[in-house]
Design a protein around this ligand. Structure first.
Ligand code: BF8
Ligand code: SF4
Length: 672
């Protein structure tokens, strides 16, 4: 069977570039009433947001859009202007495939650097805690500490938690710091054997996170690696170093702050409360936001003496997801509408740490009494207040942030308008908590519950929905349309990042959504889990697994299912989608899922179309080598169709292999 059963579908996108930026003159690029209300208010208040800037940028340069503009040296910019002759090359002789492949390399390197900086920050904190420093932090989940330590080969018997943490943190430090002398400890501890073998054979097993990223950047310097296949392989190696760093980030965050369990809160602008001191927590790293949550609980009285009813914290983007997962802090919104939160006029402070913070929030904040507070030396924004966050005075910094917010509350200018919309959500689905739910059905082999449901055709597979918002499309629309189709087609869905933010806002993360959107099989499956698990709250349609670094949890989940089936990952009926991908981190994440052997749909076109060769490697050849590949399709309906066909291909193939094994009395082939 071909990869898409419907032979009218292929690896090419269904629409031409000019058809992809829908309704380009319309700045109201959303269907949500709350967002429309705030866009109207922004216009009245003369606030320029990403929605206005997206329209102003249109039409975007087509050389850049296709990835055939190079500025890697200052002989450039060079553009590929012709099919042949001197105009078909940059000044140095770089071809379209060189320029496009180098973009992939640089995007993955930026993504992996961001994640590894985040992971390193947390690993360093655990190391200091283990040495008795950073007294505001503790080991909150010693069981997870021991589980991770054992997996990494750290002896736990007869040692106290701090000693184990010290040794484990040093194993992590070795992954960050080794200079190409040793393969990744983390990846070797977590990947199934056949994948490790594949990564060794194809030479993409990273050795040292920092080392892999610097090698990657060296390779794409002008006059270096001009072999596009070599370029792509080194980008994949770098993407695996991204997985290395982000798994450390997730696991050490759980050890320090607790492993999430399902709990209830709300999402959407309605979580902002006019009567309280409102503080938005935005960015990615939980080291600061966890402290702000603690400090806020201690400083309620100060807010009350300023005339407020209390302190109201809410999240944006992945810091939002971190405190949502562990501290039940409600989520106001995701990436695309971060500036609109400020236009409510009710936000007293927005405290940001790292990544995905639009510099535009500063301009918006200056139109109201909102204090924008930056906290990281790597992410300062002109026009903001800076608290120099250090872990050895973490609570002091957190309290300073809250003081600034309380003062801003006293100066609030009025002009407040908060859309009342909010939806209940159930979040906190760590792999551990999912396993516990599955154990209520089958305590001996919890993951068999999913495998059995796939084999019985009750669910059609596992789908993960991840990634950002992208202003080229309509806010959240691709997320919603694709999830609806997957639900209707009985896909068991998990989500992270800003995708999960969309689902929270739109009411997909509660049990009512099952009734509304799920097909019969999925309803039956989730109903069975609900009946047997002892939960305070019914399960939602989509399991929110956390922030973007928690894509490592999705990897863990897929590996557990693969192990249960006793096959390599490419054989598992699983498909991913980043319906509104935006960030270079998304490129890195998509690339490691591809290497792991998973088809990944991307609903915003990355700049690859300028090279047929690179485009084909990403969308087709990768499948032969790794079992994973990209489905690049911006149209939501067609995207959903391709996603379902990719899943169909996997279940079909698995079935063929199973029948063959039964017929010949052999075991199931692990290969794909
Ligand atoms: O890391 S999903 S817009 S916030 S990059 Fe950024 Fe994309 Fe959101 Fe979280 Ni992930
Ligand atoms: Fe032009 Fe080559 Fe320099 Fe790129 S590296 S800007 S293609 S000369």
């Amino acid at each position: 069977m071909p990869r898409f059963r419907d032979t009218s579908i292929n690896a090419q996108p269904s629409n031409a570039p000019k058809e992809r930026f829908l309704d380009p003159k319309n700045r109201v690029r959303t269907d949500a009433d709350g967002e429309k209300q705030l866009l109207e208010k922004a216009e009245k208040d003369n606030v320029i947001t990403a929605f206005d800037r997206a329209v102003a940028q249109h039409p975007q340069c087509q050389f850049g859009y296709q990835g055939i503009c190079c500025r890697f040296c200052i002989q450039g910019p060079c553009r590929i202007k012709a099919m042949e002759g001197p105009g078909s090359r940059g000044i140095c002789g770089a071809t379209a495939y060189n320029i496009v492949a180098r973009f992939v390399g640089v995007a993955v390197a930026i993504g992996a650097s961001s994640r590894s900086e985040h992971g390193k920050h947390i690993a360093h904190t655990l190391l200091e805690v283990s040495e008795g420093n950073y007294e505001d932090y503790q080991i909150t989940d010693p069981d997870k500490l021991k589980r991770v330590a054992k997996r990494l080969g750290v002896e736990t018997e007869g040692k106290d938690d701090l000693k184990i943490a010290y040794e484990l943190a040093n194993v992590a430090m070795e992954d960050f710091g080794n200079v190409g002398t040793k393969e990744s400890n983390w990846l070797n501890s977590m990947l199934p054997e056949p994948r490790k073998q594949k990564f060794k054979e194809t030479t993409i097993m990273p050795k040292g996170i920092g080392n892999t990223i610097t090698d990657q950047l060296a390779a794409i310097h002008m006059g270096m690696d001009a072999d596009p296949v070599n370029n792509i392989f080194s980008a994949l190696r770098t993407s695996l170093s991204d997985l290395n760093g982000m798994t450390i980030a997730s696991e050490f965050s759980d050890i320090l702050f607790g492993t999430p369990t399902p709990s209830v809160t709300d999402a959407n602008f309605g979580v902002i409360d006019e009567k309280q001191v409102n503080i938005a927590l935005h960015g990615h790293n939980p080291l600061l936001s966890e402290m702000v949550v603690k400090a806020a609980r201690e400083m309620e009285d100060e807010a009350k003496s300023a005339g407020a009813e209390g302190i109201n914290l809410f999240g944006i983007c992945c810091t939002g997801n971190e405190v949502l997962m562990r501290q039940q802090i409600p989520l106001a919104t995701n990436f695309g509408t971060q500036e609109l939160v400020i236009t409510t006029g009710a936000v007293d402070a927005m405290a940001v740490d790292v990544q995905c913070i639009n510099p535009g929030v500063s301009e918006a904040a200056q139109c109201y009494s909102t204090k924008l507070i930056t906290t990281d030396k790597l992410a300062k924004i002109p026009g903001s207040y800076h608290v120099d966050f250090k872990q050895d005075k973490a609570m002091e910094c957190a309290k300073e942030i809250i003081k600034v917010a309380i003062d801003a509350y006293k100066d609030r200018k009025g002009n407040v308008e908060i859309p009342e919309y909010k939806n209940k959500l159930v979040a906190g689905f760590s792999v551990e908590s999912i396993e516990q739910i599955l154990s209520s059905v089958n305590s001996d082999s919890p993951w068999k519950v999913i495998v059995d449901a796939i084999e019985a055709g009750e669910i059609s597979g596992i789908g993960f929905l991840i990634g950002c918002n992208n202003a080229k499309g309509w806010q959240d629309q691709n997320h919603i349309e694709i999830a609806k189709e997957m639900a209707k087609n009985n896909v068991l869905m998990v989500s992270t990042g800003c995708a999960a933010g969309s689902y929270g806002k739109y009411g997909f993360l509660n049990s009512d959504a099952i009734e509304k959107y799920a097909g019969d099989g999925l309803k039956k499956f989730l109903g069975r889990l609900n009946d047997s698990a002892d939960l305070n709250e019914d399960l939602p349609l989509i399991f929110h697994m956390g922030s973007c670094v928690d894509n490592s949890r999705i990897v863990d989940l897929i590996i557990r299912v693969a192990n249960e089936m006793d096959v390599d990952i490419p054989k598992v009926p699983v498909v991913g989608s980043a319906p509104e991908a935006m960030s270079p981190k998304a490129v890195a994440i998509g690339s490691y899922f591809l290497s792991l052997g998973v088809p990944v749909h991307v609903g915003a076109m990355p700049p690859l179309e300028g090279s047929t060769m690179v485009y084909s490697i990403a969308t087709q050849i990768a499948h032969d080598v790794f079992g994973g590949y990209f489905i690049l399709e911006t149209d939501a309906d067609m995207g959903a169709k391709k996603i379902m066909q990719a899943l169909d291909y996997r279940t079909w193939k698995l079935d063929v292999h199973k029948k063959t094994a039964e017929k010949y009395g052999t075991s199931l082939a692990r290969e794909y």
